[in-house]
Design a protein around this ligand. Sequence first.
Ligand code: UD2
Length: 312
Amino acid sequence: MTKVLITGGAGFIGSFLAHKLVANGDKVIVVDDLSMGRLENLTDIKDEIVFYKHTVCDEQFMHDLLLKGNFDYIYYLAAVSSVADSVVRPWYTHLVNQESVVNTLEFIRTNHLPIKKFLFTSSAAVYGNTADFPKTENSHVDPLTPYAIDKYASERYTVDYGRLYDIPTVAVRFFNVYGPRQNPNSEYSGVLSIVTKCLKENKPFTLYGDGSQTRDFIYVEDVVDALIKISTETDELTVYNIANGDETPLIDVIRTYENIAGSKLNIIKKEARLGDISKSRADVSKLKSIGFKPQWSLHDGLTNYWKYYSKN
Ligand code: UD2
């Protein structure tokens, strides 16, 4: 039986990945300190997985787990995913977002652990505000925050450990992932999680800027398919963008969502956020070249999201 470790497996994307791998018949082990993730995200599969409430920063714990685990695949999603938090607590977030990653890679190297793949999850944040458009994996990077710097460094370490020490590694850069279970509780949460909450609870939504800013939104189930494909069907030691490859103005997404929900969002307009990117789109040719095709249109993804949120 294939054994899989998911760090951050109680989070938004990690919990979807855990569900999918359990459904595929894999043995899934989740490590999550529940700082961002929630145990409820794993309720449906709680009897089928092994769950450790633990930080990935605890070296001894991670070493014991890696040594005893005999993992085939390691999906590294544990992170402090808030950019704003990384600006407030750069040292702490650095320990989680970079040091824990290198520590894990180093343990795999020095103990010759026979893994099939180590996959690290990075972010489109590494591109910063560079002019290249759309973003290919070879576009310039300009990581502007501790979060982006750590993500960039960790993806380089990941690919480099692969090249230097012959470990099967790969890294991915997420664009704007949306879907059920995304935590809407901070003003820096994914915009669609905030829109969903405001629609549902009839609360005012603050629109920063005029809504013409574009984003490349991808539904979480497509992200999970991409992750599994990248880890199981490629050997290239490289980085992949994970996105749809389309850009949609935020205001259009909001209008579509209002139609689906059958109610109007109460929009309050404010100045654009400092440093907000006006256009974002990924070039996904590399991901497509390994046979990935997104299955969820924005309309279908939002419809499913709304259905889920209306039930829960
Ligand atoms: C995403 C990532 C961020 C970083 C960045 C790099 C998420 C949640 N954030 O930021 O971590 O990687 O990409 O480029 O994935 N907005 C509103 N009202 C709100 C919230 C957001 O108008 O209440 C706007 C926001 O100003 C932006 C757009 O919605 O123009 C998308 O915001 P976001 O925080 O979901 O994602 P983004 O792309 O800014």
